[in-house]
Design a protein around this ligand. Sequence first.
Ligand SMILES: C[S@@+](CC[C@H](N)C(=O)[O-])C[C@H]1O[C@@H](n2cnc3c(N)ncnc32)[C@H](O)[C@@H]1O
Length: 254
Amino acid sequence: MAEYSVLMEKEGKIHVVEVTNEMVKHKGLGVLNTADLLAESQIGDEILVGQKYLTVMPSRLPELIAGMARRAQTISPKDAGTFITKLGIGSGDVVLEAGLGSGGLSLHLARVLGNSGHLVTAEPRNEHAKVGLVNLERATECFPEFPKHTHLEGMVEDVVPDLDFDAIILDMPVHSPAIKACAPKLKFGGRIACYAPTTSQLENCWKTCEESGLTVEWAGELMERQWGLTSKGGMRPVNGPFGHTAFLLFAQKR
Ligand SMILES: C[S@@+](CC[C@H](N)C(=O)[O-])C[C@H]1O[C@@H](n2cnc3c(N)ncnc32)[C@H](O)[C@@H]1O
C-alpha cells in the first residue's frame, strides 16, 4: 500500500507526494527521496526542500483537492457540496457517478460515503480514468474511511450495472442517453443530478428526465463571490471575474 504526505508552500500551494524510499522527480519540488525527507517529521513540522520551506499538513479533503492530479475539468467544491446535500448523500448509500474524469467529485463523494457506502464510477477515456483513479487511490490511503469502489470502463449508458442506486450524478457533454439508461436503476425516492455547462444541455437534461418518468425538482446555477479585507480597513468583494461553472439539475423518481 502506498503512503502519501501533503506538503504546503508558504504561499499555500499544495503538493501531495508519495512517500517512497528512492529518488523520484516530484513536479515543482525536484528529485527527492521522500521517505528520508519525511522520516522524522510530524504534522505541522517545517522541512526545507531546495530553497523552499514546506509545512507537513494533514491529508484532508481540501488538501487532496488542492493537490490533485488533473486532466479533465473538475467539479468545484461549491457545486460538489450542493450535489451532496440536495441528493442527500451519506453513509451506506449506493451512488453512481459518470464520467469519473479527474475524480474531483469522486473525492467529495468518497469522503461522505465512508466505509459503508458504495461508489460506482464510469469513464470511457482511459487517459482520464488513469488520473481519476490516482486521486482516488490517494484518498483510500489518506481518508479515515473509504467506500467500496467499483470502476467501469465505458460510456455509462453501455455499462450501467444492475444495482439499485440512491443517487446518480452525470457530468458529461451528452446527457440524454445516460439519463435514459440510468433512470430505471434509481430506487424509488432516489435522485439523479446533471451537471450541464450550457443552457441547451440543461434543457435536454430537463426534457429527458421528464421523458424518463422523473420529476424535476430544481435546476439552476450557484453564484460564489469571495470577499477579503482591504488594506485601508473594511471588507469588500475581491477583484476578479464572476465566473460560471455549470447549471445543476435535480430530478426524483416518484
Ligand atoms: C468534465 S469530466 C468529469 C469531471 C469529474 N466530474 C470531476 O469532478 O473531476 C467529463 C468526463 O465524462 C466522460 N464522459 C463523456 N461521455 C460519457 C459517458 N457517456 N459516460 C461516462 N463518461 C462520459 C469524459 O470522458 C470526461 O472524462
